[in-house]
Ligand binder design. Sequence first.
Ligand code: PMP
Length: 409
Amino acid sequence: MQQTNEVNWQAIREDFPILREQIHGKPLIYFDSAATSQKPCAVLGALQHYYEHDNANVHRGLHGLSTRATEAYEAARAKVAKYLNAPNVDEITFTRGTTESINLVANTWGVKFLREGDVILLTEMEHHSNLVPWQLLAERTGARLRFVPVQEDGTLALGALDSLLTPEVKLFAFTHISNSLGTINPVADLCSAARAVGAVSLVDAAQSAGHLPVDVQAMGCDFLALSGHKMCAPTGIGALYGRAELLEAMPPWHGGGEMILSVQFERSTFKKAPGKFEAGTPNIAGAVGLGAAIDYLENIGRAAIFEHDTKLATYAHRRLEELPGVRVLGPQERGGLVGFVMEAAHPHDLTTYADQYGLALRGGHHCTQPLMRKLGLPGTTRASFYFYNTMEEIDRMMEILENAVRFFA
Ligand code: PMP
């Protein structure tokens, strides 16, 4: 495993111009990367380069510039495939992000293969993106939802899996890393448990794809969804990995230009995947940006990023637990984020307080309302880290939060 001390983290920080911003006259401390990450110069430069030198529509033009744009777009797809260790580049579909990737599966695979009486198994820690699409699908098909409980310590009740994963379960969809609790789920075990009952597995990798090595073959998943903007790429681009055999059997979702082989007035035939899922002009520049982000992350090394993230999160967890009236949610072993509650302050008030000092935290339900309800909380405050954050920033956060404890008392 790559050691963090081989990486010059301070120099890496310089790659992110936005980190030099001031907020309310104070240096920005950006602890909201779980919502969206910042973008390095390499990605900003790739976007500029694309628009200055290669911009044209993809696939349809026979002119030289269109060929260049197509090559740049398809090269980005190949980078995503390699990054995820997908066996085949055609198993990568570009989408707007995790939300759209999951909706794509629900509206194609789900609509075709789910029937009344079937069960969709989820967990209680899912982001609304990996819950609401399945609720809509269940309403449409008559399928039912079932949930793996979250335990007191923020981990999944894996002991309940045997009784939950019955033969009626056709899909098991779960997050790799919880955006509220920081829990890292044992995804390979969950995928193999799904496979054992003939269920298809879907991994929500929104919080993991940019933070640790993600290998779809080692995981054994059928689908995996990710968002570019959480891994240094622009907003509006993401990807869905799907096993070739499943993609082949799935009908298209959006209809339009580009996804067809031939169109007649009454009916059409469609391209193979991923073409049949990419109707209309795609986010070409976004894909190019995602490719550049992947190059950038690979250059640092995901193992090193993970080590750095967890070091920050473990330190923040320990320091927060020392604060009077503060409770940290989730297990000790965690991804790069910490959710906590301060007895004296509502998360919105605490977040607004922190903002006055340039500290960007997130307060609220983090799009996990059912989980918050189960935990009996109106919401939490979340500090989420990435490789450009430092221990000194956590120390500064702790000073601000220590003052907040006194202020709200
Ligand atoms: N799943 C998880 C675990 C997330 O944290 C998020 C983003 N907060 C999403 C899904 C949705 O991602 P996006 O909004 O980029 O589609």
